[in-house]
Design a protein around this ligand. Structure first.
Ligand code: LIP
Length: 280
């Protein structure tokens, strides 16, 4: 891999830190913050999401004018969501917007960078914990500079599994989510958790305190950066039905190893979602 991407990664870390400060500062004026809705009444967005994305995109454009972007709020505003071979910044300005609105302190700025549709680096900044997760393809994963390693556990009955309810409240979808949850809980596993941020859930897998995380309904900006953090910490990424993970499919299974991942695949009750690139 050419080292040209190192300066892009350095920039991502710097701008994620700046963005995280902006998120922390915004907590003081949350009462004044207008909370708007996107795909459903529980899919929230705030002006801070939009401002933070603008900050990141503007600063990247100044330094890397030829690069492309997929940003959560830009897509919500009508930009196309298409992953090409071009160098592309995949941005979630606030992963865990509901947490942010409620000051539940699991909120991350997530920046992935892909070339030829492959993630070259990932940066996840957990703003309220001041934890900077970084990974560069082939060069390991780190939290505040310390190397990360997934859990060595192979027995799913000794595992903690992370998942989320997502923001689709259609009764059939909710039934499927609960059906999977019941099957996973009754394996039985040690516990089920959810941070409310896909990126942080993935960093928990990379850190070794959670064995696996799965979700259907996430978007490419939720998982692009975190997927590389997991892979570089020694973990595996899969589709929820097995097979390779597809970044645009809105399905993710990240685990510490194949045996945990493959066991989990058997318990996930799959439902259909519209791909991120469906309209393009
Ligand atoms: C959220 C995810 C969360 C998931 C939600 C949503 P947002 O991202 O990180 O884990 O359950 O569906 O996608 O909207 O806060 O950036």
């Amino acid at each position: 891999m050419t080292d040209v991407w190192q300066s892009a990664m350095d920039h991502a870390v710097a701008v994620a830190r700046k963005a995280g400060q902006m998120v922390r500062d915004a907590v003081g004026s949350l009462q004044k913050e207008a909370v708007m809705l996107k795909s459903s009444s529980v899919d929230l967005v705030t002006q801070t999401d939009q401002k933070v994305e603008e900050l990141i995109i503007q600063s990247v454009k100044e330094k890397f004018p030829s690069h492309c972007f997929i940003g959560e709020e830009s897509v919500a505003a009508g930009e196309v969501c298409v992953l090409t071979d071009a160098p592309t910044w995949i941005i979630d300005p606030i992963d865990g917007t509901t947490n942010f609105v409620h000051t539940f302190p699991f909120v991350a700025v997530s920046i992935g960078f892909s070339v030829n549709k492959q993630v070259e680096f990932g940066v996840v900044y957990s703003c309220f914990h001041d934890q900077m997760y970084t990974a560069r393809r082939g060069r390991g994963a780190f939290c505040n500079g310390e190397p990360l390693q997934v859990s060595q556990q192979r027995d799913i009955q000794q595992a903690i599994i992370a998942t989320e309810f997502g923001c689709n409240r259609d009764p059939e979808t909710v039934d499927k989510i609960f059906s999977s949850l019941k099957r996973v809980v009754t394996i039985p596993v040690h516990g089920v958790r959810g941070a409310g941020s896909a990126a942080i859930n993935m960093c928990m897998v990379a850190s070794g305190c959670v064995e696996a995380y799965y979700e259907i309904g996430i978007h490419v900006w939720d998982v692009a950066a975190g997927s590389l953090v997991v892979a570089e910490a020694g973990g595996v990424l899969m589709d929820v039905e097995g097979g390779p993970m597809d970044l645009m499919s809105r399905r993710v299974l990240a685990a510490n190893n194949r045996s945990v991942a493959e066991r989990l695949v058997k318990e996930i009750d799959v439902f259909s979602v519209r791909r991120d690139d469906a309209a393009s």
